[in-house]
Design a protein around this ligand. Structure first.
Ligand SMILES: Cc1ncc(COP(=O)(O)O)c(C=O)c1O
Length: 366
């Protein structure tokens, strides 16, 4: 028996998702007591108190399987967004939903159009179902170029991923560009709008993808509880989809894909809108403060509507290492001339700024 015969050869070029360094690893290596992990766009605070209390209550009942239909959470999301419950899917992170969406539409040889750089999962799910990735470079200002995305669509295109705001750049496209895109996108294409950072956005030109959802046109809007709601460790996200798409996803998803703790935590997290507003405001304040530090240090960056900032650097490897030595973990992209810096608490911002000052003093212009 040969493993090469056994394992699908088309998986060979794929590489496993590489998570960033963990704080404990950096603590060991740098000897720093306090290490800041700003590499995964997580929220610095824990889950909201009402969700914490609900999670504790469910623990004694974990001998039971979860509700495989996520009835309560789907009902609550449907009510919140004014959509029929048949259009709400919940997944083990929105990541699972992106994969399921790809799984139910892609045939080998289909084309999947997405911006690049963008979320790493788009090329991963494209490849795993034997489809062809069509990467559309970002336009000036590190923004998703919707006109170029339209131009990249062919009769073979089955799926388009839009990431708004875009990860890793944090930039958005506006209503006008999106409406132009929707008016022109051919009917044979499923458009998935990934709005993982939706709750952080403050720019009024931002198009809320759900406003364009009518359950009939082939549009899906995906969001998550991992970011502003601080439930990354539980894995829970949702997508509003035409019912036919959900019916297909139900046929291939795992029977109990969202665990009971995740379901209840997400359900109650939706009740604390005041905390979401507070988090959005604090994030905005810290971002503005970070921008002023970047300006002072001569660091250029993309305009972010998220809880991270994409900074430009001609020396990404050196800067990444130097920040690690200061106990700050950011996200690197190999040799690509940029790093992604997460936004945390006011104390985290102070530490980030202090670290950048040391790095610039040591390396000169970065
Ligand atoms: C753009 C984007 N979409 C989706 C996700 C996945 O989120 P989840 O934790 O819900 O799987 C992320 C996570 O970083 C993301 O950045």
């Amino acid at each position: 028996m040969s493993w090469d015969d056994l394992i699908r050869p088309d998986l060979e070029p794929l590489v496993p998702y590489a998570p960033g360094l963990r704080a404990s690893q950096v603590r060991e290596r740098s000897g720093k007591e306090i290490v800041l992990k700003l590499s995964s766009n997580e929220h610095p605070c824990g889950p909201v108190p009402i969700a914490m209390a609900a999670m504790r209550e469910v623990l004694p009942r974990l001998n039971r399987y979860p509700d495989g239909a996520c009835t309560a959470l789907r009902g609550k999301l449907a009510k919140r967004f004014g959509v029929p419950v048949e259009t709400v899917a919940v997944g083990n992170g929105s990541n699972e939903l992106l994969r399921l969406l790809a799984q139910v539409v892609l045939r080998p040889g289909d084309e999947v159009v997405f911006p690049w750089p963008s979320f790493i999962v788009y090329p991963m799910v494209t490849a795993v179902f034997g489809a062809k990735a069509v990467r559309v470079p970002l336009a000036e200002g590190d923004c998703v170029d919707l006109d170029a995305m339209l131009a990249a669509i062919t009769p073979q295109t089955r799926l388009v991923f839009l990431c708004n705001p875009n990860n890793p750049t944090g930039t958005i496209y506006g209503k006008e560009a999106f409406e132009r895109f929707l008016a022109a996108v051919p009917a044979h294409v499923l458009t998935v709008v990934d709005e993982a950072y939706f709750e952080f956005v403050t720019d009024e030109t931002y198009p809320d993808g759900l406003k364009y959802f009518d359950g009939e046109r082939p549009i899906v809007v995906a969001r998550t509880f991992s970011k502003i709601y601080s439930l990354a460790g539980l894995r829970v996200g949702y997508a509003i989809c035409p019912p036919q798409v959900i019916q297909a996803m139900d046929k291939v998803r795992e029977p109990f894909n969202v665990n009971s703790v995740a379901q209840i935590a997400a359900y109650y997290s939706l009740d604390d809108e005041a905390e979401v507003r507070r988090r959005r405001k604090e994030n905005q304040e810290q971002k503005t403060y970070l921008y002023s530090c970047f300006d002072r240090l001569g660091i250029t960056y993309a305009n972010s509507e998220t809880n991270f900032v994409y900074i430009h650097t001609s020396r990404p490897v050196e800067v990444f290492q130097a920040l690690l030595e200061e106990g700050v973990i950011v996200r690197d992209f190999g040799n690509a001339p940029a790093l992604r810096v997460g936004i945390g608490t006011p104390e985290d911002t102070q530490m980030t700024i202090a670290a950048l000052e040391v790095v610039v003093a040591r390396l000169g212009k970065i």
